[in-house]
Design a protein around this ligand. Structure first.
Ligand SMILES: C[C@@H](O)[C@H](NC(=O)OP(=O)(O)OC[C@H]1O[C@@H](n2cnc3c(N)ncnc32)[C@H](O)[C@@H]1O)C(=O)O
Ligand SMILES: Nc1ncnc2c1ncn2[C@@H]1O[C@H](COP(=O)(O)OP(=O)(O)OP(=O)(O)O)[C@@H](O)[C@H]1O
Ligand SMILES: [Fe+2]
Length: 567
């Protein structure tokens, strides 16, 4: 089969032909380059209007040659379907691409396939790597998120809370007067720069860039050489992306990572991700640059998978969607049984602690190694070689201090946590009492997550924020199956099932409703990412929270969930 792909969500007017038999992709692209400033939607649309017909004509010529070589009749269309980017992206650009795709499919009498651009950024890497069910890091201009397939959809495991990663970099380069796009210029300048410290902001698997960008602009304005700020920016932003990717691998239990998106062309980002994966024995795949930046090849390849699954779209129903989120797409081309979290269900090492602790294997979280010694666990934040040594040293020290302090403070508020027995700041090592029989991820139940909700509420009421409350950072007593006869639905009496919160390394003090709602959001996201039917669990979390937490948090949580983050 031969699929024509068309891409034009923002800057790349691109058309491609994917030949499924040979697994070969031909791509023709024409980039929009703003004269000054960033991407202007109107200018970008004008560019699409001129360039899209030309790139399509070139791709169709190529398809015709292939059809002739194959001896196909000249009366047959040389392609079997037209796949196009339906969104997300700039409305005026998407409309031009949509119109071109509909017209062409109608004229040739072939099916139309509507592709989500973000899903295409990750499907291309999955296709080329041959991985089963990887975690995907999309690092593009307008987006930044971690995705994993579970229960028929790509779930967002973590994402930017403000701008996309490329746009953040481009805003900085505009500030220093460099032309668009800024990413490659920052990469080149960083080669000659010395690392400078900038704010580092991750919350569980979410992250934000706005504080870093303001600090970077300020540093330049204050006279710091721009190449030093570029080096600091790369080291900070890419270490954040690498850290959250590692956390996603750890949370899902998967050992495969693929990279997608235009920022993925950056050699330093690829180096960090590949080093992180190597250190934890995971496989890493990054497509060639021509498949990372916006291109129609990824649209054609994803379109072919959708076509094979019968996932075509009627012309009347093919409206574009500038806010099309990847988790809205029903993934018709993959089996409902596949899951990014498959590793969770066949790893016995996570059942540890209590009686079993003496025999338990040592664990590796995302950040640290955990060694079980009698009834204690020794948690060591070993150096991460992918990070700049200064940044690494700072993070390990700060987090060790925060973890020891907040674990104890939480306990004083009545939240079950391990006892802190010893802290060695120099070696970034803490010794705790062992708690629980297994991670909550391996024993989810409404009664247990209700306790997590209630614990978080108690912390927030005392102006404490956990910072990384996931289903792997709670330990439970009792059986793997969850609700026992003793606990039943009566969560006010936890019975023999007790839920402990651990891993306060990203914790901090805050009375701000936004920080509280984000904390709850991080926990709910970790539940949604790894379960088939999250709704009863989410209701239980919120019911537990409502009993103990500040009143405004749940409203703010709804607001956070509803925020469009495509800026
Ligand atoms: C919705 C869609 O239009 C959008 N596409 C997009 O942003 O183009 P993409 O090709 O994936 O990424 C472009 C970004 O990638 C950055 N970039 C390109 N080369 C880079 C490099 N070597 N280092 C860092 N960033 C780089 C650019 O500065 C720019 O911000 C998206 O996928 O979010
Ligand atoms: N006090 C404890 N009692 C029992 N088990 C523990 C304890 N502390 C940690 N563990 C186990 O070790 C694992 C890793 O610990 P922890 O989450 O603190 O490390 P981490 O590297 O910071 O993890 P991540 O960043 O992935 O959340 C936990 O998921 C848990 O199974
Ligand atoms: Fe893109």
């Amino acid at each position: 089969m031969r699929i024509l792909g068309i891409e034009g969500t923002a800057w790349a007017a691109s058309a491609a032909v994917f030949e499924t038999d040979r697994d070969h992709v031909f791509i023709e692209s024409d980039a929009y380059q703003p004269d000054s400033g960033g991407i202007h939607p109107r200018e970008a649309a004008e560019h699409m209007g001129e360039a899209i017909p030309e790139v399509i004509a070139t791709a169709l010529d190529h398809a015709r040659e292939l059809a002739d070589e194959a001896g196909e009749s000249r009366d047959d269309p040389a392609i079997d379907a037209v796949a196009f980017s339906r969104g997300p992206g700039l409305g005026p650009c998407l409309r031009i691409v949509g119109t071109a795709a509909r017209t062409l499919a109608g004229r040739l009498g072939v099916p139309l396939v509507g592709v989500n651009h973000m899903v295409a950024h990750l499907e291309i890497g999955r296709h080329q790597s041959g991985f089963d069910s990887p975690v995907c890091l999309n690092a593009s201009g307008a987006n930044a998120h971690l995705l994993g397939y579970h229960g028929g959809r790509y779930r967002v495991l973590g994402e930017t809370m403000d701008t996309g990663v490329g746009n953040a970099i481009d805003k900085f380069t505009r500030h220093v007067g460099w032309s668009h796009p800024g990413g490659p210029k920052v990469e080149a300048a960083a080669e000659d720069g010395e690392y400078t410290d900038l704010p580092y902001v991750v919350k569980g698997m979410d992250f934000s860039f706005s504080g870093i960008m303001s600090a970077a602009k300020q540093a330049v304005d204050d006279g710091e050489p721009v190449e030093n700020v570029c080096a600091g920016l790369q080291e900070t932003i890419f270490a954040m992306l690498t850290e959250v990717a590692e956390r996603a691998l750890s949370l899902t239990g998967t050992d495969e990572l693929v990279l997608g998106g235009g920022v993925g062309q950056n050699a330093r980002l690829r180096e960090m991700l590949s080093e992180m994966c190597e250190a934890r024995g995971a496989a890493f795949y990054a497509p060639d640059p021509r498949f990372l930046r916006d291109n129609a090849g990824m649209i054609a390849v994803t379109g072919a998978k959708m076509l094979a699954a019968g996932d075509t779209i009627a012309i009347e129903a093919s409206a574009i969607d500038p806010n099309f989120r990847p988790d809205q797409v029903p993934v018709t081309w993959r089996s409902g049984e596949e899951s990014v979290a498959r590793g969770l269900h066949d790893r016995s090492a996570a059942d540890t602690g209590g009686e079993a602790s003496a025999d338990a294997a040592d664990l590796r979280g995302a950040e640290a190694t955990v060694e079980f010694v009698d009834e204690t666990v020794v948690k060591r934040r070993l150096p991460k070689t992918y990070r700049h040594p200064e940044l690494d040293e700072r993070l390990r020290r700060e987090r060790t201090v925060a973890e020891a302090r907040l674990t104890s403070e939480a306990r004083r508020q009545g939240v079950p946590t391990p006892l802190v027995r010893d802290v060695d700041r120099q070696k970034a090592t803490i010794t705790f009492s062992a708690v629980g029989d297994r991670d909550l991820a391996r024993g989810l139940s409404p009664a247990r997550v209700r306790q997590v909700g209630s614990h978080l509420g108690r912390l927030h009421a005392a102006e404490l924020v956990h910072g990384d409350p996931t289903t792997r950072n709670a330990r439970v007593t009792g059986p793997a199956g969850g609700d026992t006869a003793e606990t039943g639905d009566d969560a006010s009496d936890p019975g023999p099932d007790r839920v402990y919160l651990i891993d306060f390394g990203l914790g901090f003090h805050s009375g701000h409703v936004e920080d509280h709602a984000m904390d709850l959001h991080v926990f709910e996201q970790s539940v949604v990412g790894t379960t088939d039917d999250p709704e009863p669990l989410l209701s239980a979390v919120e019911a537990g929270y409502a009993e103990t937490g500040p009143g405004a948090t749940l409203d703010r949580l709804r607001e956070i969930e509803g925020r469009g983050r495509y800026q």
